[in-house]
Design a protein around this ligand. Sequence first.
Ligand code: ADP
Length: 599
Amino acid sequence: MARKPTAQPNEQDREKSKHVGALRELAPFVAPYRVLAMLALCALTLTACVSLLLPMAVRRVVDNFGTESDALLDKYFLAAMGFASLLAVGTALRYLLVTRLGEYVVADIRKAVFDRVMAMSPAYFEKILTGEVLSRITTDTTVIQSVIGSSVSIALRNILLFIGGLTLMLFTSAKLTGMVLLIVPAVIVPILVLGRRLRKLSRENQDWIAESSGNASEALLSVQTVQAFTNETRARKSFADITNLSLNAANRRINTRSVMTMIVIFLIFSGVVGVLWIGARDVRAGGMSVGALVQFVIYSVMVAGSVGALSEIWGELQRAAGATERLVELLRAEDSVQDPVQPVTLPTPVRGEIAFENVSFAYPARPGIQALDDVSVTIQPGETVALVGPSGAGKTTIVQLIQRFYDPDQGAVRLDGVALDAMNRSDFRAHLALVPQDPVIFADTARENIRFGRLDATDAEVEAAAEAAAAHDFISALPEGYDSFVGERGVMLSGGQKQRIAIARAILRDAPVLLLDEATSALDAESERLVQQAVEEMSRERTTIIVAHRLATVKKADRILVMEQGRIVAQGTHDALVAEGGLYAKLAKLQFTDGADLG
Ligand code: ADP
């Protein structure tokens, strides 16, 4: 069969690691709970010991059956009850402790990874997909949870049972143990060979299932297009083909599995029967008691069971090791932007003077293209500066560098004379307020969305900010006013409303520097007027840098910086620049919305 599934590996077969040793990296996360871990270990050892003692008790009962007095028999059974209770309590305790340990450790790992990733600068997210980070935080931690919360303890338990069981088998009958060890390879080899084939087949089967659901979801998502082009038959055939391939893979897996089951059951039972046969002859010959034979058989079953369990858990451990590697990679990720070891604090009060000194910068993802090329400009406290220029000129990059999302390759960006990279990012960012082009609205109430600008603001301050941003009226008109839920990503708000919420947020922040990326899409005239008004209000007292797309905005700016290919090619007021007749005059005619009222 030539076709191979092309689907991405799904969560069950997230890549394994060959190095189970990677699990060591989990130690620092387990360390705070070492008492819990030790207690769990004690409970585990206790239950394993009890399990290993039970067959001895059975032997005594069997051997002395009929010869014992009733009182002694009662004692045996009482003791058996005692064992059973110990086993019950120990097992429950182990489950409780170990599962909790898993939950605690994984909660800590999740938090640590999230904390780390939350602080990363944008360059990091250019290299890793957000979906990948999410799947690491969810899927990979779940794998680790199942390993710490059960697999490790099952493995330990089975190791104890294996070693203890084998030792006690030897003590019970060295001869029979030797024979068992002889037949072990005869059973293990086919299990290993068929097991490997089975794993490959079930993986193939799963890949096909993923492929078939991928195919179905694509067809269903575009069902109207498919119908409009009357291509249903093709879609049906393609889905049927993939489903049949997955069925074939499943059939091969089922066949292998049934053959394997047959071989394994036959080998194990004939082995057991063979050993029992020889044991029975020994019993007849008086070399062994019936109880000892029973005891031996129970131990062999225990040992065989533990081998089976261990072989299954090995795969789990590998999967968890892979998950650990991926999480540790996130935890160890180095950010390209770092806070200084000895940060300088900003002199107060913050005036809001922004200076670019010979700044050159290329995005790490596109090292060949100078996004900024030797830019020098000083923006005075309180000044309103509009950045204009064709798309790709570097306007947004200026705003990004003022927030130190990236460091310039050459030159420096300063706030009130202090280089940004000499300060803690959270320190100077507290004095910046941002109104992005496409404002982010969180799945929360209108009130909380505005309060995002300054978390300790009172309700009255929130409302005052909304008033100043011309948002008060529409918010009050919502069914529950400020407490109305505005929906995930603000789906219940219009573009202009979202912008006014973002402006209210920035007003509430009350920062000396305002960064504003104007929306490119045109708003209706009324929203436009309200947004303009709010911006004007807000920029009056503050240093304001606007990536401008509207004529009304640039006309009101104190200064216009015209950018092209990462350089500032002209600056001045609107009238002066129009009179100059360069790039700006052309842009003003072509690019700004509301071009008609060009003066
Ligand atoms: P403007 O805001 O003036 O449209 P930008 O500042 O966004 O321009 O972009 C300047 C240059 O940097 C463009 O060539 C753009 O393609 C490039 N650029 C912008 N953002 C990135 C990024 N995250 N990674 C790589 N290149 C980028």
